[in-house]
Design a binder for this molecule. Sequence first.
Ligand code: IPE
Ligand code: IPE
Ligand code: MG
Length: 229
Amino acid sequence: MQKTLKIPRHVAVIMDGNGRWAKKRLMPRTFGHRAGMNAMIAMARKAKSMGVQYLTVYALSTENFSRPREELEGLFDLIRRYFTKNVKELYAEGAAVRVIGDIAALPPDVQALIEEGVKNSPADARFFVVLALNYGARAEITRAVNWAISRSQQLSEDDVSRLLYTSDMPDPDLIIRTGGELRLSNFLLWQAAYSELYFTDVLFPDFDDAQFERAIEAYSGRDRRFGRV
Ligand code: IPE
Ligand code: IPE
Ligand code: MG
């Protein structure tokens, strides 16, 4: 029997657990990140097929930047591959890629690939994969505050929203965190004000279509009151 599900317009995912997934297999952390990348690509396909419009994925936090050089290089290589190869499959399906975060801190060639990948996205896209790279919510809010101070300007809540990386996106309806930790780790602190939260112990590389469906089902059953009775 087919249930009618309420589909979130914007799903944001804290893709955690790649390192532990690799460790369980006695493999280097980078092996886990590679598996995580494949899981992310599959998840985007699944989200699109279910009618989600925005899928934001937390791929690299500002804090992750202090990880060992070798792990970071592995992550940069995955980003390079995503923006040279995988984005083409997205475009072919009429989907676009976007990035939030301070990419100026990434290696110059990676920055160039990202800019090209974003620019070459179809203009009429109905599905967006939004990669959070060197993203930190506190840095994002601080940037907006400094913008206002430099112009001696007071801000409304709408103004603040417009000054964030996510200015032209709806707030996430659902935030999923894999890997068992019960925290947001500096992800979308402003935008998460009324997001539904879904936590699972499943390590991100094991977060498959069935797991994604489960999260959507859980969301579908939630009563979103936004402070009303
Ligand atoms: C999340 O997986 C992906 C990134 C932070 C890049 P982790 O690398 O944090 O995996 P665990 O939490 O150590 O298992
Ligand atoms: C959050 O995971 C960041 C990403 C998934 C990119 P972390 O593994 O960095 O978070 P903490 O350190 O457990 O809070
Ligand atoms: Mg982690």
